[in-house]
Every structure is written in C-alpha cells, then in structure tokens.
Ligand binder design. Structure first.
Ligand code: NDP
Length: 313
C-alpha cells in the first residue's frame, strides 16, 4: 500500500467539514485545514480550529480573496476537499469554489479534488424547479470548471443528511421527532436515502486514494437506509411503542405552501419536493460510470436509521 495522501480541507469548521477533518485524522492522513483570514473574532471557529490542531491537524492561513494564499495552501497537499456552505437557510457559497479551482489549476500538483457536493447528484437535476435548482446549477458550474481545467475529481453524492431529515421525520422545519403526529408527503411511500453525517465523512475520505473512484461520482446508498418517509415514521413508532397521528399533504398543497415562504426556505423546500414527491435520489440505477460507497467499502459499519433514531428517545 502506498503512502496516504495529504489532505487540505476547506470549510473545515462547517457542519460537514468538521466531520471530514475528524475522519481524515482517524484514517491516518496528514490533515491540513484552511484557517480563513476573515474569521476575525469568531471565537467558536477559532476554538474549533485549535482543537483540530490539538488532534494533529495543521492549520493553513488563507482566503478566497487572496489567490496566492490558496495556491500556497494547495501546494502543500495531494488532495483538496471542499465543504463550503451550500444550504440557503445557513449560507450558500458554492460558486466561491471557482476561485479554488483556479488555485488548484495553477498549483498543478493536486491528484484529487472533492468539491462541496455531498447531496443530490446535480447532474440528475436538470429538470428541477425554481428556486431550489440554484443549488444544482451552481454545483454543475463548479463541475464544469473542474473538468475544463483537467483536475482529477471525485463527486460524493451523499443523499439526505440524517440529522436534517431523519430527526424531524422528514418534515421541513423539524429536526426533532414528534411523539404525537406527522405530516406525510403524499402517501409517504417515495424511497429516499438517509446517511449519518459522520459516515458521509468516512466514506468521502476513503475515496481519495482509491483508483476506482477517480473522475467518478460515488453514491452513498447504505442498503438499510433506503427508506420511505413512512418507513422512517414506522421505525420511530416502534421505538416509542406508539402510533403517530398521520395526515397527508398533496403535491399541489405542498407547492402552494412553498410559494408563500421566503427565498431561502423555498430553496430548501424545492429539495424536499424532488426527494419526497418524485424520488429523485432513487429513481435511477447507478451506471458503470459511477460507484456505490457501501459496496466499495463494506468494512465501514454505517449507522442504520433505527439506531440513529434511538438518540431522540
Ligand atoms: P456550512 O453551512 O456548515 O458551512 C461550511 C463552511 O463554509 C463554514 O464553516 C465556513 O468554513 C465556510 N463558509 C461559510 N460561509 C463562507 C463565506 N462567506 N466565505 C467562505 N467560506 C464560507 O456547510 P454545510 O456543512 O451545511 O454544507 C456543506 C455541503 O454539504 C454543501 O455542499 C451542502 O450543499 C451539502 N449539504 C447537503 C445536505 C444533504 O442533506 N444532502 C444537507 C446540508 C448540506 P470556514 O469558516 O472554516 O472557512
């Protein structure tokens, strides 16, 4: 086995980013984390970065507004993983990565780049509705820049983050499960895929030194976690020993409610719409030009959703 790649993680203080840092260190990679000059007096971020340093990561100071700093940061490693924000209710900075692509191109030494994807495969979302399609469109712009620059890549399609989706029994605006009632998307039977965020990070890190994932999309489809909303609810009902009161929202009712919301909320709701009414995560087969993570790495014992739900008891 060859030496493990050195990894630079950008967006390392984020919801997913901090898990990527942890997984990279745990899997024995020399791990560098971008410390953005703009952090200022954000004490939480500084403390998080210092805790990464304590665990063995190296902090590299740089900024998206300082091209040279990005080039210098990139030159120190073999692989770059970016996890900048891409959730409108928090922050959406996907196109900032174009600056990173320029830096990687100039540095010329990067053997793999994982851009900030980690969700629905944007290449499958050409027909997505407004306004949420912006997420997919922006991610496709970044993909095009990567491929035009000839940068080796892996795109990780992580499907639904469990924390956002399972916690609230797949209901927008909820991240804790009710013990009383739930609103189903239609009949609640469209299949989705839920992945524990720590598992997403573990799988992502495993791909980087794997020739099978070079210039490919890797889908995360842990078999036990391919579930409909109704099945997620049933797992919860089993745990609490009680049936929830169920009501249903038709597709048209959902779209009407969506139109009354603010822009950021509408973007998020668009994603729920495609996942839970149209099954956009599961309505295609993984072709020969892509890979599936749980098949590639069967040794990773992923968290099953019934176990995931136990934390809410
Ligand atoms: P966060 O909102 O947690 O942000 C991640 C990091 O981005 C921040 O910690 C910060 O890192 C950096 N950042 C934020 N704002 C700026 C800015 N203005 N300029 C430069 N850097 C900035 O991101 P998430 O972890 O929620 O999202 C990461 C990826 O995961 C995205 O691609 C998103 O679309 C995807 N995602 C998928 C979900 C799913 O269910 N499939 C759910 C949520 C996200 P630092 O300060 O350290 O530089």
């Amino acid at each position: 086995m060859g030496l493990k790649s050195k990894i630079l993680i950008i967006g390392g203080t984020g919801y997913l980013g901090k898990r990527l840092v942890k997984a990279s260190l745990e899997q024995g990679h020399e791990t560098f984390v971008l410390q953005r000059s703009e952090i200022g007096v954000d004490i939480e971020k500084i403390q998080m970065l210092l805790s990464f340093k304590k665990q063995g990561a190296r902090l590299v100071i740089g900024s998206f507004d300082d091209h040279r700093s990005l080039v210098e940061a990139v030159k120190q490693v073999d692989v770059v993983i970016c996890a900048v924000s891409g959730v409108h209710i928090r922050s959406h900075q996907i196109l900032l990565q174009l600056k990173l692509v320029d830096a990687i191109k100039e540095a010329g030494n990067i053997k793999r780049f994982l851009p900030s994807e980690f969700g629905t495969d944007p290449a499958k979302m050409g027909d997505a509705i407004e306004p949420g399609r912006v997420t997919f469109d922006d991610k496709m712009v970044v993909r095009k820049a990567i491929e035009d620059a000839g940068i080796p890549f892996t795109y990780v399609s992580a499907n639904c983050f469990a924390g956002y989706m399972v916690g609230g029994l797949c209901q927008p605006g909820h991240i804790l499960p009710s013990r009383e009632s739930v609103v189903l998307f239609g009949d609640g039977n469209q299949k989705s895929i839920f992945v524990d965020e720590d598992d997403i990070a573990k799988y992502a890190i495993r791909t980087i030194d794997d020739p099978r994932t070079l210039n490919k999309t890797v889908y995360l489809r842990p078999p036990a976690n391919i579930l409909s909303q109704r099945e997620v609810v049933e797992l919860w009902e089993k745990l609490i020993g009680k049936q929830l009161k169920k009501s249903s929202l038709s597709e048209q009712e959902f779209l009407n409610i969506m139109k009354g919301q603010g822009y950021a909320e509408q973007v998020g709701l668009t994603h729920y719409y495609h996942v839970f009414y149209h099954g956009c995560l599961t309505n295609f087969e993984i072709g020969d030009d892509a890979e599936e993570a749980s098949l590639l790495y069967p040794d990773i014992k992923y968290t099953k959703i019934d176990d995931y739900l136990k934390q809410y008891l």
